[in-house]
Design a protein around this ligand. Sequence first.
Ligand SMILES: NC(=O)c1ccc[n+]([C@@H]2O[C@H](COP(=O)([O-])OP(=O)(O)OC[C@H]3O[C@@H](n4cnc5c(N)ncnc54)[C@H](OP(=O)(O)O)[C@@H]3O)[C@@H](O)[C@H]2O)c1
Length: 219
Amino acid sequence: MKALVAGATGQTGQRIVKQLVAKNIATIALVRDLEKGKSLLPEAAELVVGDVLKPETLDSAIADATVIICATGASPSLDPTGPYKVDYEGTKNLIEAAKAKSIEHFVMVSSLCTSQFFHPLNLFWLVLYWKKKAEEYLQASGLTYTIVRPGGLKNEDNDNPVVMSSADTLSEGNIPRSKVAQTCIESLFQLQAKNKIVEIVAKPEAPEKPWPDLFANVA
Ligand SMILES: NC(=O)c1ccc[n+]([C@@H]2O[C@H](COP(=O)([O-])OP(=O)(O)OC[C@H]3O[C@@H](n4cnc5c(N)ncnc54)[C@H](OP(=O)(O)O)[C@@H]3O)[C@@H](O)[C@H]2O)c1
């Protein structure tokens, strides 16, 4: 297995790259800024410069990767086209490049509540709406996929067990980014993760369950 991580310099993407490297999985980190990538990511990761909004950069970036984890996201800004471009068009471009390369598994970091059009987060230029459109594009792509929808992301790690649930069943809660990274990587190894949307939060009172059970529990 060789993994390409898009959004590798992001808060979640960095953790995904570090965890992949720690598991000795060959990793390509897709970065927009090479110097930023070098300063944040482990040396063992292969850094390639690319931009999901520049589809012509993606074929060579994917190179010999066999799986893709997409953790890109528009940063809050005054540009009303940010989420449309990054969360929808960009992900779509990466999905098309993945299809051309016969990628074996495409994992997309999305968000809780993407099906709720009137959710307050859509005040940020319809970010949930565009993520949902990207989810639908991935589901229709023919690629094997896992869509990971986390609750609010936290940088601090904690010992709270992961709660995993089916699409549109959770609407609140939060989760450390390290556990989102772990979920994305585990989904590459769990048969029961294939072609599913999984919603995740972490809760102190939740029972600790092994990964196969967590994924098997999702419809
Ligand atoms: N914040 C929350 O509570 C929350 C909750 C649920 C889901 N999510 C979603 O979870 C995902 C990860 O969130 P995060 O906060 O960890 O992300 P983040 O730190 O904002 O990182 C986003 C990444 O996307 C990259 N990116 C943006 N535009 C790109 C482009 N055109 N081409 C290639 N890469 C591009 C950024 O690259 P640069 O470093 O070059 O800018 C960065 O690496 C996002 O999709 C986010 O919407 C967030």
